[in-house]
Design a protein around this ligand. Structure first.
Ligand code: PLP
Length: 376
């Protein structure tokens, strides 16, 4: 919570939940990444918060962009980044979209299989490609599972195929899982990346880039290491696995760039019990899974929540959203501690909500509007 957000909320009079993002925090985060990894280029993962205010600020600071669709590429360009500062980092693309990206000037593409390489060779001839390898995501609170990437043993075949088709086999990428609280998680992934470099080298293909992905955390309820600690651990792992031949590197922070810049103000709609004997209250907010808090799925992300009654005695409650869908429960398996004195009409502040909230809110499920957002 920053003084600027506090001032803004003090003056706010309109109804309904609202996300307020402090752009000064985004600026500080960008500078912290640039300082912690001085030889690494930053490709902000647009999906975390694609607001034009965020993108143009980052473009002006020198950031590049990791885009997952043509629309995200266009957002990066509209924010002022030239096409050579945009990476089409989704491994799953229609060939038509590859062609549109190429027409827009994009020359850097992610792949994780032969079929995708062939699309790029046809629709974006001569471009650079990097092959994403699987990562186990151990230590991540929002793991990205097996959907993206191939086994490291297959990556050399994918890159060799790219080379044969006239593409530039540029390097390797991975993502250690989002909200990765262990700064040493990059070590194993870099060992695999170095093995792909060696295998390609033996086949006469010299890779030059490692894309270290995202995964840098935001502080929610638990503490997380500093960006500096991540920088140090990553640099050590690069030295360990690449020796004196450290390749060009890029990072793609999303959550770590914008998460702590945002706060959602919401309201308590109802506090109730299911029986007289119940010792766990149900607290219903005017925001839920369909209006921005989708990352509470499986109770993965636990947001810090501030109330006007902090300091009073705490008791566990089930926290739920306002819609008529029973999936719209935020925390039940592990009930959330809130003040017993909390009342209907109280305003609560949900912190660390600058990433993966506004664009996850539905158009108007049950008549609830998408999350209002203000960037200050
Ligand atoms: C989502 C995504 C990111 C950002 O991940 P964070 O954990 O939010 O930093 C980076 N790279 C790729 C390819 C992604 O899909």
């Amino acid at each position: 919570m920053t003084a600027r957000i506090r001032d803004f909320l003090r003056k706010r009079t309109d109804d309904g939940p609202c996300l307020v993002v402090d752009l000064d925090v985004v600026r500080d985060n960008y500078q912290a990444f640039a300082k912690a990894l001085p030889d690494t280029r930053v490709f902000y993962a647009v999906k975390a918060n694609p607001a034009p205010e965020v993108l143009s600020l980052l473009a002006s600071l020198g950031s590049c962009f990791d885009a997952a669709s043509v629309a995200e590429i266009e957002m990066g360009l509209a924010a002022g980044a030239a096409a050579d500062r945009v990476s089409y980092g989704n491994t799953i693309k229609k060939e038509r979209d590859v062609a549109r990206a190429y027409a827009l000037g994009v020359r850097l593409f992610a792949v994780d299989c032969i079929a995708e390489v062939e699309k790029i060779a046809r629709a974006a001839p001569g471009s650079r490609v990097f092959c994403r390898i699987l990562s186990d995501c151990i230590g991540a609170e929002w793991p990205l599972s097996r959907k993206f990437g191939c086994e490291p043993a297959m990556a050399a075949d994918v890159l060799e195929h790219a080379h044969k088709l006239g593409l530039e086999a540029h390097g390797v990428s991975f993502h250690v899982g989002s909200q990765q609280r262990n700064q040493h998680a990059w070590d194993r992934a870099l060992a695999s990346a170095a093995a792909v470099f060696r295998e390609c080298g033996e086949r006469g293909i010299n890779l030059s880039m490692v894309n270290l992905g995202g995964g840098f955390p935001t502080k929610y309820l638990k503490n997380v290491p500093t960006v500096k600690a991540y920088g140090t651990a990553i640099f050590r792992a690069l030295r360990k696995h690449f020796g004196n031949a450290i390749p060009e590197t890029i990072i793609e922070p999303g959550r770590g760039m914008v998460g702590n810049a945002g706060v959602i103000e919401a309201e308590v709609v109802l506090v109730s019990k299911k029986s007289n004997e119940d010792d766990v209250r149900w607290v219903y907010l005017d925001i839920g899974k369909f209006s921005g808090l989708a990352e509470t799925m499986d109770e993965s992300i636990r947001y810090p929540i501030k109330t006007p009654r902090d300091g009073d005695e705490l008791a566990p409650c089930v926290l739920a959203g306002p819609t008529c869908d029973s999936a719209d429960v935020l925390y039940e398996r592990e009930p959330y501690q809130l003040p017993v004195s909390l009342e209907i009409g109280d305003k609560v502040l949900i912190e660390g909500t600058g990433a993966y909230t506004a664009t996850y809110s539905s158009v108007a499920f049950n008549g609830f509007s998408p999350l209002k957002t203000v960037h200050i």
